[in-house]
Design a binder for this molecule. Structure first.
Ligand code: G6P
Length: 588
C-alpha cells in the first residue's frame, strides 16, 4: 500500500509530483522518492521520512524535467531504508519504477534475473518490475512490448508506473487502483484522484489488466495482451480536493469537529437509492455485513440495530476472515460491505469472492469512484468529505448515520423522523466539552493499560474507542463486553488500571454501574461516559440524553475520539500519521 504518481506534460514535473505525494500521504508515509527525466537522463532522489522531511533534505521539488514519477511507501517487503524507498532503477538506469501492491512471485523472478546477471540494490519485491522491463525493452525495443511481457510475468496485486529514458511514461494495474488524470497540459497516472484533482477533474479509471502509455503527444490504452482498449473519461467532484486543515492543528481534530455537520450529510440520501438498497436487503436469503478496522465496528452496530428494529438477522464478519465463511453463502446471499476508502484489500477481496458466487454486493463508502463502489450492485455514500487523518473519525459516525437511515426505512420510520437534527445537536454539545476531555487526557498521560467497557450496543463502541487509543496514542487498550468482566478482566483491575465505562441511561445502565463498583473496589480509576453524573466515577464525560437509546453509539464514540486525540498530543505522537499505519490498506 503506497501511493504512486506519474506526470508527463508541459509543466515542470517535480513540484507537481511532490505536491501530489503530500495529498496522498495518507496511503503510507515511511519513505518517499521522486524521479524525473531530463535530457534523456533519469534523476532519482529518495529517502526515509515523510514528504515534507525528505523534500526539505533533498530538494526533490527542484529537480529538472517535464516527466517523472513519485512514491510514498508503506513498507511490506524490506525494511524502511533509503535503498528500499521507491523509485527503483534497473541496472542501466534507463528505466525507473514506482509500485503499489505485492508481487507474490518476486523471489523466483529475482533469482532468474540475478542468474542472468542483474544486480539488485533493494530488498523490495518491487525492484523486479524495473529489471523485467529492462529485459523486455532491450529485447523488443518497444515500451508497449516491455509492459505487456512484464505484466504477464507478475503474480499478485500491482499498480506501477515506469519512466523510460526515451521520454515515455507507462503504467499498469491489476487489483490495485490506477487512475489517469487528463489535464490541459499533460497527463497524470495516480493511485487516487487526490493526486491530480488540483489540476483536473477529468479522470479515466483503468480496469484490471489495463496498460496506459503516454508519450509527448498522446495517450494509448491496451490490455496485457497488447490489444487496444477504450475507457471513458469521467468527471470527478472537485470537492474531493477540499482537504486542508483550516484553523485546526491536525486533520484528525478538524475531522472530529466536522461531525456537527457530517451526520446530517450522511443521512441525506437519494430516496430511490435507499429504496433499492433496502429491497436488496429484504430479498436476501442470508445477509452478511463486513468491514475492516473501524468499518467492522460499524458493521457490529448494524447487526444489533437491524435485529432489534427491522427483525433482520445479519452475520457480521471481519473482512480479513471473510474467505473462511464462504461455505455458508450462495447466490441468494447479500453482502453489505462497509469501507470509508472503498479500497481496503480485505474488503475488496470479500466482495470479489461473493461476486464470484453470484451473490449481491451492497456497499457503504465515502469515495464514489472507489473500487468497491464501482463493483457494487448498489452503494450509499457516507458524504463526509475527504478524511485525511489515518484513524477513522467522521467516516465512522457517517457510516453509522447511513446505517440508521437504512434501518429507519426498513422499520417504517420507527426511529423517528428527525434523527439527523437530534444527532447534530448532540454532536454539537459533545464537541463543546472538548476542553474537559483534554484535561482528563492530561491526567491519563502515563496510563499503560486502558479498558473500555460497554454492554449491548455500546460494546462495538468500546472496541472502537480502544482502537482509537491504540492507533492515536499508542496505549494498550481493550474493548470488553462489560458482562465479561467477571470472566477474566477483573483479574487485571488494580490501582493503576484505567477503566472507561460507556454508560448512558438505558437498559444497560444498572448492570454497568454494578461493574463500576466491582472495578472501583479493586482500586482502578473509573471514567464514565454517560448522560448522568454518578458518584462512582472518578471522571465524568457528559453526553446528552437521547430519546431513542439505540442511537447512543453515534454520540458515545465522540468523547473517545477526542480523548485519543488529546492523549496522542500528551504522548508526543502525531495523531494524523500514527507510526506503522496507513489510512488505506490496499494489501492483504
Ligand atoms: C485502516 C485505517 C482504519 C480503517 C481501516 C478500514 O486500517 O487506519 O482507520 O478503519 O483501514 O478502512 P476503510 O477505508 O475500509 O474503512
Amino acid at each position: 500500500m503506497c501511493s504512486i504518481i506519474g506526470y508527463k506534460g508541459k509543466s515542470p514535473a517535480a513540484p507537481i509530483l511532490v505536491n501530489s505525494l503530500k495529498r496522498m500521504e495518507y496511503r503510507g508515509y515511511d519513505s518517499v522518492g521522486v524521479a524525473t527525466l531530463e535530457g534523456g537522463k533519469i534523476l532519482v532522489k529518495k529517502g526515509v521520512g515523510n514528504v515534507e522531511k525528505v523534500n526539505s533534505n533533498l530538494a526533490m521539488e527542484s529537480m529538472a524535467g517535464h516527466a517523472g514519477v513519485g512514491h510514498t511507501r508503506w513498507a511490506t517487503h524490506g525494511a524502511v531504508t533509503d535503498s528500499n524507498a521507491h523509485p527503483h532503477s534497473a541496472c542501466n538506469n534507463n528505466i525507473v519504477v514506482v509500485h503499489n501492491g505485492i508481487i507474490e512471485n518476486y523471489k523466483e523472478l529475482k533469482e532468474g534475473l540475478i542468474s542472468s546477471g542483474h544486480v539488485f540494490t533493494s530488498q523490495t519485491d518491487s525492484e523486479v518490475i524495473a529489471h523485467l522491463l529492462e529485459v523486455y525493452y532491450a529485447q523488443f525495443s518497444s515500451v508497449k512490448k516491455a509492459m505487456t511481457e512484464t505484466c504477464k510475468k507478475l503474480r499478485g496485486a500491482f499498480a506501477f508506473v515506469a519512466v523510460f529514458n526515451d521520454g515515455t511514461i507507462a503504467g499498469a494495474r491489476y487489483e490495485e487502483p490506477l487512475i489517469i488524470g487528463v489535464a490541459n497540459g499533460g497527463y497524470f497516472l495516480s493511485s487516487d484522484v487526490l493526486g491530480f484533482i488540483e489540476f483536473t477533474d477529468r479522470a479515466i479509471f483503468l480496469d484490471n489488466r489495463d496498460i496506459a502509455i503516454m508519450d509527448s503527444t498522446k495517450l494509448e490504452l491496451f490490455n496485457f495482451e497488447g490489444e487496444a482498449v477504450a475507457r471513458p473519461i469521467a468527471q470527478v467532484a472537485w470537492e474531493l480536493g477540499a482537504a486542508d486543515k483550516g484553523k485546526y492543528a491536525h486533520y484528525t481534530l478538524k475531522e472530529i469537529n466536522e461531525q456537527k455537520s457530517t451526520l446530517a450529510d450522511a443521512m441525506s440520501q437519494n430516496v430511490d437509492t435507499v429504496e433499492k438498497f433496502c429491497d436488496a436487503i429484504k430479498s436476501a436469503a442470508s445477509l452478511y455485513i463486513t468491514g475492516s478496522g473501524s468499518s467492522y465496528h460499524a458493521a457490529l452496530v448494524a447487526k444489533q440495530v437491524l435485529a432489534k428494529f427491522a427483525k433482520i438477522r445479519v452475520e457480521a464478519v471481519i473482512s480479513s476472515e471473510f474467505q473462511y465463511v464462504l461455505e455458508s453463502m450462495d447466490s441468494k446471499s447479500v453482502l453489505i460491505a462497509i469501507s470509508q476508502s472503498g479500497e481496503t484489500a480485505d474488503v475488496l477481496n470479500s466482495a470479489k469472492l461473493v461476486k464470484r458466487m453470484g451473490a449481491k454486493i451492497l456497499s457503504i463508502v465515502n469515495v464514489p469512484t472507489s473500487s468497491l463502489a464501482l463493483q457494487s450492485d448498489h452503494f450509499l455514500l457516507i458524504n463526509c468529505g475527504p478524511e485525511i487523518g489515518v484513524a477513522a473519525t467522521k467516516s465512522f459516525t457517517g457510516q453509522l448515520a447511513v446505517i440508521y437511515n437504512i434501518i429507519n426505512r426498513l422499520c417504517g420510520g420507527c426511529l423517528g423522523a428527525d434523527i439527523a437534527s437530534q444527532l447534530a445537536a448532540a454532536a454539537e454539545k459533545i464537541l463543546a466539552g472538548q476542553e474537559n476531555i483534554a484535561k482528563i487526557a492530561a491526567q491519563l498521560k502515563d496510563a499503560t493499560d486502558v479498558y473500555i467497557l460497554g454492554r449491548s450496543i455500546h460494546y462495538p463502541i468500546a472496541l472502537e474507542g480502544a482502537l482509537k487509543l491504540k492507533e492515536l496514542a499508542y496505549v494498550h487498550a481493550e474493548g470488553i463486553a462489560a458482562g465479561e468482566l467477571k470472566h477474566g478482566p477483573l483479574a487485571l483491575m488494580e490501582k493503576n488500571t484505567v477503566v472507561i465505562l460507556i454508560n448512558p441511561h438505558d437498559s444497560t445502565f444498572g448492570d454497568t454501574i454494578s461493574n463500576a463498583h466491582e472495578i472501583k473496589a479493586r482500586g482502578a480509576t473509573v471514567i464514565g461516559i454517560s448522560d448522568s453524573k454518578e458518584e462512582i466515577y472518578d471522571y465524568w464525560i457528559e453526553i446528552p440524553r437521547l430519546e431513542q437509546e439505540m442511537l447512543y453509539p453515534i454520540e458515545s464514540v465522540m468523547p473517545l475520539q477526542i480523548l485519543a486525540y488529546y492523549m496522542a498530543l500528551e504522548r508526543n505522537a502525531n495523531p494524523d500519521y500514527p507510526r506503522n499505519l496507513a489510512k488505506s490498506v490496499t494489501v492483504r
